[in-house]
Write a protein that binds this ligand. Structure first.
Ligand code: MLT
Length: 262
């Protein structure tokens, strides 16, 4: 079911009396990147996905976003849907948002699942890369940006073996509004570093990382997981940065096994 909360497109699936899981997508995708997880988990859990401000079917506005605003949006959805101790699950940019949300108030969550993400803020080098991406969108258009960026997110195996899905994902990314995509780049480059907070996370966490993820590689994620007391880390085989899409069977089982014992 689709609803609008705080100008954001929010999608729910499953019985609302069940334990809730709220999924936060990566950049520059939308809620549908979690379709395989929702299909699998909504039999036993109340699944919530949404489009981050500026992307998918959510409001674009003036494109002046911050990670703080994204976190505020997440808390608003939790409150409007009356979710009690939801499990939070974020990929990459959704993971940055999840780290920040947990830092603001970990007590409202039962646990957190971090997929292909990192706790560190952007280095100067990455900030400059993002500045160049904004320039590219301004000068060459969003399609050129998507054609350059999205291939770096997927493993070569996925691109070859699931070429139709991969092409559809790129087409979907191109339907975003340039102002929303540029706003997300600015929100990411201006986010704070969550590393100092890692040792204070006390709720259970699961960390999943594609074996071929070059953007947030397994060794980086393993290091982050090692700084959290109650953490479990798994490498997702045959996957790049988009593990929930590239190897949904492994990711679904890892999530299910983790949450059923909470
Ligand atoms: C994502 O998948 O959300 C992005 O690759 C994150 C990033 O660009 O840092």
């Amino acid at each position: 079911m689709k609803s609008i909360i705080n100008d954001l497109a929010v999608y729910t699936s499953g019985n609302s009396q069940n334990q809730s899981i709220i999924f936060v997508h990566g950049f520059p995708y939308d809620h549908s990147m979690w379709d395989k997880q929702v299909e699998y988990l909504s039999q036993n859990y109340f699944c919530i996905t949404y489009d981050i401000r500026g992307l998918g079917a959510s409001v674009v506005g003036d494109g002046q976003y911050t990670m703080e605003k994204y976190a505020e949006d997440l808390f608003m959805i939790i409150s409007e849907l009356n979710l009690s101790k939801p499990i939070l699950c974020g990929l990459s940019m959704g993971g940055y948002l999840s780290f920040r949300a947990v830092e603001i108030n970990q007590n409202i969550f039962k646990s957190v699942i971090f997929c292909d993400t990192k706790a560190q803020s952007d280095t100067d080098e990455i900030k400059l890369i993002r500045a160049n991406k904004i320039k590219q969108i301004n000068e060459d258009g969003l399609d050129a940006f998507v054609e350059g960026f999205v291939p770096t997110c997927f493993s070569s195996g996925y691109k070859t073996n699931y070429s139709d899905n991969y092409q559809s994902i790129k087409t979907l990314c191109k339907t975003n509004k340039p102002i929303g995509v540029k706003g997300a780049l600015i929100a990411m480059l201006s986010r704070v570093d969550s590393t100092p907070f890692l040792s204070k996370i006390s709720i259970p966490t699961l960390h999943l990382c594609g074996e071929f993820d070059e953007m947030t590689p397994p060794n980086l994620m393993a290091e982050v997981a090692s700084k959290i007391t109650n953490s479990h880390f798994f490498v997702v085989p045959n996957s790049g940065h988009m593990s929930p899409i590239e190897n949904p069977d492994f990711v679904n089982k890892a999530i299910y096994d983790f949450i059923k014992q909470l």
